[in-house]
Design a protein around this ligand. Structure first.
Ligand code: ADP
Ligand code: MG
Ligand code: ZN
Length: 620
């Protein structure tokens, strides 16, 4: 039998290791199956969503298997974090990468030779040097894990050419089981991983891509700053990411948020890499609350307690939306994904696509964009639609397929249909009158200004106050008119011309509608896109919120902060919020009680048990 960490000759059951080292009572979906396949010596391809618990799938076997587990990861910045977290639970681990001084490198190399470590993290380019391969032969490798395995595929969202060199592993270590892990769901990437890593009849384990703790909400983008401040007000003291389409926008929004007293920093690929690393650190260490970023931010950031992700602009496609919003709630606690939707973004993206010269690429991009717009405008459950996109039906616990999740905007506030005939007539005739009078077309905002009888510089200059449609829209607010106009676009009666500054034009169908005095039904406007207190409670319940003592939770967080500062690690390396919440719910009074909390293994219990019990006692 294999020698284990504890030095006994019997291999302890994986359930015992799970409890003892990791402090978890049960496995997440497919973790057990993946681990058992590996312990049986098989190759495994593991497809689990973000936050699904992929790390455990190689960290737990590392305890059980004799020899060294090597983990290939492209995320150098993350290795230290992972190693710190493993040391916290008493699992000797280290990493070798370019961030180490030559002295430190040699020191670790020697310790590896003496068998001091169970886990070694390596960047792919390190691995394939002759020197390293020879050393690995001597270090007795027991398991190879390729994390973020989609990096090997050009079809993935983060292709790393260095990953191609990993093909050598299978041949070089024929007796060692190999596990490839990724959160990418597409079949093409999956096939690439198996082929390019030359995996040996791999077991393929595919988990559901549902993220039950995330709630999705898509709201019309009206006054983005105000809307974002509203979201922030719901998330006091919690971390979040705001994605923007352009570098400029990240900087503008950063400034506006700072002006409002929010601890925010922009982040984009145009910044010096040292500055980017600094900002990322501030975020990870909870010294800033919000990062306002382009999609350059994310892949390397595994902050588990990101409680909200806002898309200020439309993402590229549904897959990107799923991955980007998926950076919320890795720790499994309820988290919110809000997309501020604007049809003008869609028009702009269409315009960009028009400029793609490769015809095949253009077709794909256009299809992706159309799917995304349909997703945004659909009144159906967001979760059901997202999963459907990945070819999955949404199922409840009992395995029956469900049509609604109860936590997204369309489930919480189903959209009523109302008669939009009069509104449609007013908007379309206003658009036509303006064109008749001035001989040019105008944008949505101006049309709404005319309807609402506004007194603007443009209206005076163009004498639009003399139009018969001027001021005929008193029964609705500006916001509502914008909504009705968007509904007309959705119904194909009105369109925006992306090539001419999004000016509006009535389509032939729109003209027909006016002429024939047809009737239309439209979705009722969402007044603010904000949820009532009651709906918010429901949203939290449906995404797994528990009831706990909030005062105690804050005190535990304070305590954690001081411990983390002392040890020079991010707070989540000490404990995840989910663990602190469970403590604040259970309020254990003894070590035995604490031991039943998920996330408190033997090592952490010994190290922090008494301190936690003291915090609980003092809080009473
Ligand atoms: P992934 O790499 O799949 O995105 P991670 O390995 O980073 O996910 O794990 C996400 C979170 O889930 C971590 O906080 C981890 O501690 C937690 N976790 C993993 N397995 C379990 C489990 N069996 N029970 C409870 N929490 C778990
Ligand atoms: Mg991971
Ligand atoms: Zn839903």
């Amino acid at each position: 039998m294999a020698r284990t960490l504890a030095g006994s000759t019997e291999r302890p059951s994986i359930d015992a290791i799970l409890k003892r080292h990791f402090g978890f009572q049960s496995f997440r979906p497919l973790q057990r199956e993946i681990i058992e396949s590996l312990l049986a010596g098989e190759d495994v391809l593991a497809l689990l969503p973000t936050g699904g618990g992929k790390s455990l799938c190689y960290q737990l076997p590392a305890v059980a298997i004799e020899g060294l587990t090597i983990v290939i990861s492209p995320l150098i910045a993350l290795m230290k974090d992972q190693v710190d977290s493993l040391e916290e639970i008493g699992l000797p681990a280290t990493f070798l990468n370019s961030s180490l001084s030559p002295d430190e490198f040699r020191r670790r190399w020697r310790s590896l030779g003496s068998g001091r470590y169970k886990i070694l993290y390596l960047a792919p380019e390190r691995l394939v040097t002759d020197e390293m391969l020879a050393a690995l032969d001597a270090w007795n490798v027991g398991l190879i894990a390729v994390d973020e395995a989609h990096c090997i595929s050009e079809w993935g969202h983060d292709f790393r050419p260095e990953y191609r060199a990993l093909a050598i592993l299978r041949e070089r270590f024929p007796r060692v089981p190999l596990v490839a892990l990724t959160a990418t769901a597409t079949a093409r990437v999956r096939d690439d991983i198996v082929t390019l890593l030359r995996m040996r009849q791999p077991r393929i384990h595919v988990a559901s891509f549902n993220r039950p703790n995330l709630s999705y909400r898509i709201v019309p983008r009206l006054s983005p700053l105000k809307q974002i401040l509203g979201i922030l007000a719901e998330h006091r003291g919690e971390s979040g990411i705001i994605y923007c389409m352009t570098r400029n926008r990240t900087e503008e929004l950063e400034e506006a948020l700072i002006h409002e007293g929010v601890l925010a920093r922009a982040y984009h690929a145009g910044m010096e890499s040292a500055e980017r690393a600094r900002r990322q650190d501030l975020f990870i260490q909870d010294q800033i609350q919000v990062i306002v970023a382009t999609i350059a931010f994310g892949m390397g950031v595994h902050k588990p307690d990101v409680r909200f992700v806002v898309h200020h602009d439309l993402p590229k496609n549904i897959e990107s939306y799923y991955q980007e919003s998926g950076r919320a709630g890795r720790d499994g606690l309820p988290s919110e994904c809000v997309l501020l939707y604007s049809r003008s973004d869609a028009a702009r993206l269409h315009h960009l696509i028009d400029n793609i010269t490769n015809e095949q690429e253009q077709t794909v991009a256009r299809r992706h964009l159309t799917q995304l717009i349909e997703f945004c405008e659909s009144p159906l459950c967001r979760r059901v639609q997202l999963l459907q996109y990945f070819g999955e039906t949404y199922q409840g616990r009992d395995g029956r397929s469900l049509a609604a999740c109860g936590a997204c905007d369309n489930c919480l506030t189903p959209r009523e249909q109302v008669d939009g005939t009069v509104e449609g007539q007013k908007i379309l005739s206003c658009v036509l009158r303006i064109q008749q009078k001035s001989g040019f077309r105008v944008g949505l905002h101006h049309v709404v200004d005319v309807l609402c009888g506004a007194d603007t510089e443009k209206i005076r200059r163009w004498e639009h106050q003399t139009l018969s449609t001027y001021g005929i829209g008193g029964e609705h607010t500006r916001y509502e008119w914008m909504h009705f106009a968007r509904e007309l676009m959705r119904l194909g009666l009105l369109r925006q011309d992306a090539e001419r500054f999004n000016v509006l034009e009535a389509t032939p169908t729109g003209r027909e509608f006016l002429k024939n005095r047809a009737r239309i039904e439209v979705n009722k406007p969402l007044v603010t896109g904000r949820l009532s207190r009651e709906k918010r409670e429901q949203q939290r319940k449906m995404t797994g919120a528990i009831v706990y003592d909030q005062g105690l939770f804050s005190r535990l967080r304070e305590w954690r902060k001081s411990v983390a500062a002392e040890r020079g690690v991010p707070a989540y390396v000490i404990f995840h919020d989910s663990t602190l919440q469970a403590i604040a719910q259970e309020k254990p009074t003894s070590r035995a009680g604490l031991a039943r909390i998920a996330g408190l293994g033997e090592r952490k219990l010994t190290q922090y048990g008494d301190q936690i019990l003291a915090v609980i006692r003092d809080a009473d």
